[in-house]
Design a protein around this ligand. Structure first.
Ligand code: 4NP
Length: 171
């Protein structure tokens, strides 16, 4: 398996990222939308395949949470995801899998029963230049301020991650 930060990224073989939270309606759809936005803004369309999923199945089929949408819209970003559950096959399918918090990370590790894919699994905030903690907090039961806080964390982390991956393009 080629390691996620060694792989050359080309349009013939786009880099596949999956952002993962619990419900796939708040944090990971935000990350998916923000990362796509940054890719477009930097003129890197076609180099990345971007998806998101949840470790839980409670909200399968739903669009992004209205407070997540509202927050993203303020930055000109639309969240287009439909919630799906992360499947064991996704471990093989993606180049890089980014968990929003430790619980999601542990759940992904449990799906990796033969410990084949640990090199692809990272916490999202590994790429945040200002990580007060390593988790993107779950905003679901709180107010709009929590969603704005999540957006800021996710935006910084996506920028940090894309800064790193950009060096691998046509490399
Ligand atoms: P997310 O937020 O994991 O960021 O999509 C949540 C959404 C739903 C629930 C928890 C977290 N829930 O318990 O239903």
């Amino acid at each position: 398996m080629s390691m996620p930060f060694d792989k050359s990224i080309t349009k013939e073989d786009p880099y596949k990222l999956c952002f993962v939270c619990l419900g796939n309606i708040c944090r990971s759809p935000t990350a998916e939308g923000v990362f796509q936005h940054l890719v477009n803004e930097r003129g890197l369309d076609g180099y990345f395949y971007i998806d998101s999923a949840g470790t839980g199945a409670y909200h399968v089929g739903e669009g992004a949470n209205s407070k997540s949408q509202k927050t993203a819209n303020e930055y000109g970003i639309e969240l287009k995801s439909r919630a799906r559950k992360f499947e064991p096959e996704d471990l093989r399918e993606f180049d890089l899998i980014l968990a929003m918090d430790h619980e999601n990370f542990d759940n992904l590790q449990k799906l990796d029963v033969r410990d084949e894919y640990s090199g692809k699994l990272f916490l999202m905030r590994e790429f945040d230049p200002q990580p007060e903690t390593k988790a993107v907090p779950d905003p679901y039961y709180g107010g709009i301020d929590g969603f704005k806080h999540v957006f800021d964390i996710v935006y910084r982390s996506c920028e940090g991650l894309l800064d790193k991956l950009e060096k691998q393009i046509e490399g």
